[in-house]
Design a protein around this ligand. Structure first.
Ligand SMILES: NC(=O)c1ccc[n+]([C@@H]2O[C@H](COP(=O)([O-])OP(=O)(O)OC[C@H]3O[C@@H](n4cnc5c(N)ncnc54)[C@H](O)[C@@H]3O)[C@@H](O)[C@H]2O)c1
Length: 312
């Protein structure tokens, strides 16, 4: 297959590019390095099946023009803002890099008659529904972060473009994704903070926030497995693990695995880490399990494995 990975220089994108190439696919990668790293591109440049374009997708005319002669069977659209702090301070960030990148990709598909799309959505589209089991058909969704709003708007635009242009679309709503080469998120932050001060650790919220963490290689397995099932229309899947891990438990695992002892935890208080965060959520995973995929790692195992890899 000839594939296009947007955001292919990022954390999840690099793992996906690696697997697509390993399985014999051609990969065109697009990234503008707002958050992606050049080394994630450089390591594939010797591979004849890999091609890289440094483009800001929001410069949509350039994006469509540069790719107009590329034959593409499927787009894996991962480009988005993943810097929660930056996005929380300025709504423009998620409007541009989370929503408008999606609109840009859809326009490329429409103009170039590309039919297959995989979209990386998020649990953030559900808003704060801590008491509910989140299933894909839950209605009346009210996202509470700019990021969640931009992803939900993306899902809606994808739905309309898919209908109007006969796309085959798969939307995956990821929870927290962790694993080798992690560049952001709570584990990454804790490891960084402890390196600076091994005696004390600031923990955002009261530490009881409890969420599922999926190991990135499990997620990539799932994407590859489900790509074979892509079909006409829009198909939405929660992808995750049934277990969940609290923030304090993550701190314990990080300290344990990295060898920090008697660390004093300083909680900033409140049941969320930042405005737009949710205290907990739980996915209904029946649909993805029935499709034939289940994660190998539990949430705690994913956290521990990630810290072990970070340590190396
Ligand atoms: N990591 C998670 O826990 C998680 C959870 C749920 C959903 N997701 C989604 O998965 C996808 C990948 O996440 P990630 O963790 O790898 O993030 P990441 O930041 O590592 O990767 C995103 C990439 O998109 C690129 N990008 C951003 N704006 C762009 C633009 N205008 N033009 C071209 N490239 C642009 C960035 O440079 C970066 O390389 C994102 O869509 C994210 O929202 C991630």
């Amino acid at each position: 297959m000839r594939t296009l990975v947007t955001g292919g220089a990022g954390f999840i994108g690099t793992h996906l590019v690696e697997r697509l190439l390993k399985e014999g696919n051609e990969v065109i990668c697009v990234d503008n390095f707002t958050l992606g790293k050049r080394e994630n591109v450089d390591k594939f440049l010797d591979n004849k099946k890999y091609k890289f374009y440094e483009i800001d997708i929001n410069d949509n005319e350039t994006f469509c023009e540069k790719l107009k002669n590329e034959k593409i069977d499927i787009i894996y659209h991962l480009a988005a803002n993943s810097d929660i702090q930056k996005g929380g301070k300025n709504p423009e960030v998620d409007y541009e890099d989370t929503f408008m990148t999606t609109r840009g990709v859809l326009e490329l598909m429409r103009r170039n008659n590309i039919k297959n799309l995989f979209f990386s959505s998020t649990s953030a589209i559900y808003g704060d529904e801590s008491d509910k089991m989140l299933s894909e058909d839950l209605g009346g969704l009210l996202p509470i972060s700019y990021y969640g709003g931009a992803k939900f708007a993306s899902e809606n635009f994808i739905s309309s473009y898919s209908y109007m242009n006969d796309f085959n679309t798969m939307i995956f709503r990821f929870p927290n994704v962790i694993g080798p080469n992690l560049t952001h998120g709570v584990i990454f932050d804790f490891a960084k903070k402890l390196k600076n001060n091994p005696k004390e650790l600031e923990i955002l919220g009261d530490g009881t926030q409890t969420k599922p963490y999926i190991y990135v290689l499990d997620l990539i397995d799932c994407i590859m497995f489900m790509t074979k099932q892509i079909d006409k229309g829009v198909h939405i899947y929660n992808v995750g693990v049934e277990s969940a891990t609290s923030v304090t438990k993550i701190a314990d695992i990080v300290c344990e695995e990295l060898g920090y002892k008697n660390v004093k935890y300083n909680y900033t208080g409140g049941n969320v880490g930042w405005k737009g965060d949710v205290p907990k959520f739980q996915y209904d995973l029946t649909k993805i399990h029935n499709a034939g995929w289940t994660a190998n790692y539990t949430s705690d195992e994913a956290v521990r494995e990630t810290v072990k890899v970070l340590k190396k």
